[in-house]
Design a protein. Sequence first.
Length: 138
Amino acid sequence: MTMKSVGSAALKMVEEVRRQFNTIPGLMEGLAKPDYATCVKISTDASIKEMIPPGALVMLTPLIVGIFFGVETLSGVLAGALVSGVQIAISASNTGGAWDNAKKYIEAGASEHAMTLGPKGSEPHKAAVIDAYPLATL
């Protein structure tokens, strides 16, 4: 649900940026200033509205399970959530670190293979930088 929310918010942002490029004269040439406030509003509104369902799921699941199925079932649900959450966190952390190391490997050019990928600014380097950032920050 959170990934879907981020995707829809990003799509709204892309549409707004395209609209600004099409309607604000001189923006493409750097002669005019973009309307930052609208983009910030889109991001803020999305962060509030789009995160209500995932937040409700997190808050309501223990309450509903505890009321309708009892303490034992609630204990199992909470234990399962903790175990699976830790596994996902470790996996995301390792993936982000590996991707960041790939970027550094390309930058260093320490081996023949790294040199074939290109220097800083090459297409493989750009892909590693763009893709590694969100995972490395988890």
